[in-house]
Unconditional design. Structure first.
Length: 309
């Protein structure tokens, strides 16, 4: 005889109640069939699960061990059913959204709030990754929508749409000579140490920043690298250097950091944010999420309106 989930549920009920009558009532069945089910289970396992007397029912040592494992198995089975139902139903779908840290203070929080209001039963799984790692996940089919830093090295088989474009400013320690609020020219930074995101996180943008500095007459002395914007600003506050950050980062208001306007940056050098997805075979749930993001992006471009807040 095979041990199935049906018998495991019977066993767990008896083990938790330690009374066949109460367990039968809990399972909405008669007591004799429940007793027969437990006996068949014990026969299949080859050892007793309970010690039965006229006055009480107790678990054997093996029964205690089997109870823990049976609970884990039943929980896994329930989770599997729940996830399969979500995958089978468009209304109970689950989507995977990946992002770079820049999306956290721009579009992503507002998009999640708006999408949850429209589709409260859709589960959104979030995972912070570099742009290259997101593209790999999209091509492999493990990611539905990504928030990336363009331009991209490869877009084969993927659809890319820029949703936000931000100019650069300079984050400096409050104690810095540059923290006057006056614009700072790019060439004035030749003797400064920098906190910068690693090249692998945004290869194209990283290269553009390096090129702009070289044209201004210097190569940035990168003292520390950090992936997350809050980490970058915290390191600036710790006097580890200055940092190129998008204007939108002003909203983070990290103590000990001053935001200073930049002069001399190329007009076409902006910190862009794009959504990327694999259009072939896109499911309805990811498609609806893309529509939510697009609607917020459209509203944010209207004069005097901030859709991200």
């Amino acid at each position: 005889m095979m041990v199935d989930l049906h018998h495991m549920r019977h066993f767990v009920a008896v083990a938790e109640e330690l009374h066949f009558g109460r367990a039968a009532s809990r399972l909405h069945m008669a007591q004799p069939p429940l007793s027969q089910s437990i006996k068949r289970l014990e026969t299949a396992l080859g050892f007793p699960l309970f010690v039965r007397t006229q006055r009480r029912v107790e678990l054997t040592p093996a029964g205690h061990v089997f109870l823990n494992e049976a609970r884990r198995t039943l929980q896994q089975a329930d989770d599997s059913i729940r996830m399969a139902r979500r995958a089978a139903s468009e209304d109970l779908a689950e989507i995977t959204v990946t992002f770079t840290s820049a999306a956290l203070y721009r579009v992503l929080p507002a998009a999640l709030r708006a999408h949850r209001e429209r589709f409260p039963m859709v589960e959104v799984r979030l995972d912070e990754r570099s742009t290259d790692a997101q593209l790999q996940g999209l091509l492999e089919g493990t990611v539905d929508v990504g928030f990336v830093t363009p331009p991209l090295k490869t877009e084969s088989g993927l659809e890319v749409e820029v949703i936000d474009r931000d100019r650069f400013c300079l984050a400096v320690p409050r104690t810095s000579r540059l923290a006057t609020g006056k614009p700072v020219g790019l060439a004035e930074l030749s003797h400064e140490s920098f906190v910068l995101f690693p090249h692998v996180q945004g290869p194209s943008l990283h290269s553009q920043l390096m090129s702009a500095c070289r044209k201004a007459g210097f190569v940035p002395r990168v003292r520390q690298e950090a992936r997350q914007m809050h980490t970058i600003l915290s390191l600036v506050a710790a006097d580890m250097g200055v940092a190129f950050v998008p204007e939108g980062a002003r909203s983070m208001q990290v103590e000990g950091v001053a935001m200073v306007p930049l002069e001399g940056m190329p007009d076409d050098l902006t910190w862009d944010l794009a959504i990327v997805w694999k259009p072939r075979g896109v499911r309805r749930a990811p498609g609806a999420f893309l529509e939510t993001v697009r609607s917020l992006s459209s509203r944010s471009r209207q004069p005097g309106h901030n859709a991200w807040s």
